[in-house]
Each structure stands twice: as C-alpha cells, then as structure tokens.
Design a protein around this ligand. Structure first.
Ligand code: ATR
Length: 333
C-alpha cells in the first residue's frame, strides 16, 4: 500500500502529499469554468484534508486558473507547494495556441504575471512544453535568475524527454518532471522515469485517471461533450469514435480489480500510479469534493501482485495517442 506520508520532491526540502490537486479543469478544457466561490471552497476543503500540492499553469484559462488559486491560498501559504508553468502562448481573444516560448524574455514576462496572479512566490516553476527554438540551457539560466531573486524556489519540465532533462539538470537541478502517467499512458517508463530516478527528480503524474476514462464514469451513452469540452476525438484521439468504445472495454478490467477490493476504479487507477515508487506523486484533477475524497482514499487501497498482473497489459491495448498530431509534436518521450 502506498503510504500517506508526504513524499520529498527532487532536490528540495519540500514534501508533498502523494495526492495533489490538478486545478486545470476548474477553469477550462473539461467543460465550462467552475463557479469561482465553489472552486475556492474546494481548494480549502483539499487543504483541510492534507493536500498541499496545487498545480496550475499560465495557460489554464489564460491566467484565470492562477488567479483562482491565488485567491484561494492567500493567507494559507505555509507548507504548500504551489506549482505553475510557462511557455505555451495563446491568443487572448480566441484562446488559440500560437507557439511555445522558452526565451529569457518570456520567462521574465510570464513569471511577472504568474507571481502577480498567485500573489506569492512559486515553489515549482515548469517549462510546460519544450521550445524547439530556444536551447533548454537558456531557459534554465533564466529560471536560475528567478531562483536567485527569490521569486521561484525550484525548476521543473513538463513533457520533456530524457536528453532534455539531462541538459536542463546540468544547468539548474530539476525538482520535478511532469508528464501524463497512468494505466493508459506508460510511455514515461522507457526513458523519462529511469532518468528521473537516476538524477533524483520527482515524477509528477498528471491525468493519472486517464482524463476521467479510468474512473468508469463514462460509457457509450454518456461521453464527454458540450461547450468547452476538449475530450473530443479531434483533440484527444482516445475519445474518438471507435477508439473510445475500445478503451471503455479496457476499463472493464479496472472495474474488475476494483470489485475485488470493494473500491472504485478511480481508486485502483490512482493506487497503481502511487505504487510505482516514492519518486512518483500524482495530481488528479477534480471539481467535486466527493471525487477529491475518493481520490485521497486511493492511499488505502493495497493492490496485490495479481491485481498488477491483471492491469499490466492495458497500456499496450489502449487505442489512440494521448493528443492529436499537433499535440503529440509538442511532447517528448
Ligand atoms: P487531468 O489531470 O487532466 O485533470 P485526470 O486527473 O486523469 O485528468 O482526470 C480528471 C477527470 O476525472 C475529470 O473529468 C474529473 O471530473 P470531476 O471534475 O467531475 O471530478 C474526473 N474525476 C476525478 N476524480 C474522479 C473520481 N474519483 N471519480 C470520478 N471521476 C473523477
């Protein structure tokens, strides 16, 4: 069983609860933004239950998500790890993505905005996607300046491959690498996770619930759709016609394991991620207190070797890439 003990992250003296809170869905991508008061209340409820790792990004709601977190955590700063990310650029009017900028100028611009919206220092500052036009060393040096200035405590990369991780780490030691990691997304195991282990970098697993698929909440009749829903085949091939049905069939295996323990499929999916090692922590996203509580309950689930064997093959069977072609170009594995 994964213990409830806080896990140290990277090279720092910071510790995080193994189950953090991914805040993206409070602002966009999984339907309309939450009511702001309700979002602040949910963050406070998470704090009360021991969650101390909150993950946001400049691009989530183009500043909206950071401002929300800043409002919720104002005056409750002690012992928290507030993580945000920079790099991707968006058109403010249309929300369209216009590129990634890891240059020093953009590090300065983005961090000024994030610090202002969060109203506090940044514990973990990630380059959200790699910028092919800027050497990672340049970005690392720019973040090192922020560390020297006391604005940022530590550095991370999101969706970076092993080579980039090594190069960045040589300039400014990385605290965390964030990537999608779940029963359905195991790509990280071949290169990124071993390098993280070697260098003492924490792996922060985002979408540990397969963007909700692994929770068993979706079926053929109730698929994610509607305004602001990014989990459509065009953006997310795993939700595309055909792939979606095949992936739902795989979730039956997760339900079977959940049935053996009398727990939920979401708890099994999360317990599996948390059982990968002390250097792995998770940031499931939720907008609901009952789901937050259920996710925290994953720490009480003890998967057996037999369970792990049953679940082992799912990653290879999953239908569809993590992102569409444009999105996949922006991730390194
Ligand atoms: P991401 O990291 O991208 O947020 P994720 O953590 O894999 O992705 O999954 C998030 C999705 O799972 C959200 O749609 C969330 O919906 P709610 O906001 O309605 O909770 C859903 N989710 C999270 N925890 C869940 C749980 N315990 N049971 C069912 N659905 C859950």
């Amino acid at each position: 069983m994964a213990t409830h003990d806080p896990r140290p992250i990277g090279n720092t003296d910071l510790h995080v609860h193994p189950v953090g809170l991914g805040c993206m869905g409070m602002s966009e991508f999984y339907g309309p933004a939450m009511d702001e008061d309700a979002a602040v209340e949910l963050i406070h409820q998470a704090l009360e239950r021991g969650v101390n790792h909150f993950d946001t990004a400049e691009m989530y709601g183009i500043g909206h998500n950071e401002a929300l977190l800043g409002r919720a955590l104002r005056d409750r700063r002690d012992g928290l790890v507030i993580a945000t990310k920079f790099g991707p650029l968006r058109d403010r009017e249309t929300g369209e993505f216009t590129g990634v900028d890891g240059s020093r100028d953009n590090v300065r611009r983005a961090s000024d905005g994030s610090l202002e919206r969060l109203g506090t220092t940044i514990d973990l500052y990630y380059l959200h996607r790699m910028d092919p036009a800027t050497p990672i060393e340049t970005t690392a040096e720019a973040v090192a300046e922020l560390v020297e200035e006391g604005k940022v405590r530590s550095f991370g990369l999101s969706e970076a491959g092993p080579e980039t991780i090594r190069r960045a780490h040589a300039v400014l030691p990385l605290t965390a690498v964030q990537t999608e990691y779940s029963l359905f997304s195991r790509g990280v195991e071949s290169g990124v996770l071993p390098v993280c282990r070697e260098l003492g970098i924490t792996l922060v697993a985002y979408s540990p619930l397969g963007r909700g698929l692994l929770t068993g909440r979706f079926d053929r009749e109730s698929r994610p759709d509607g305004e602001g829903e990014f989990r459509q085949g065009g953006s997310q091939p795993r939700f595309a016609e055909g792939n979606y049905e095949r992936n739902l069939a795989l979730v039956e295996t997760v339900k079977e394991v959940a049935g053996r323990h009398g727990v939920t499929p979401a708890q099994v999916a999360l317990a599996w991620v948390l059982g990968r090692g002390q250097e792995v922590v998770s940031i499931p996203g939720t907008t609901k207190l009952e789901n937050l509580e259920s996710n925290l309950g994953a720490l009480d689930v003890s998967l057996t070797d037999e369970d792990r064997e049953t679940l082992e093959g799912l990653g290879e069977l999953v239908a569809g890439e993590r992102y569409n072609e444009y999105g996949m170009q922006a991730v390194e594995e």
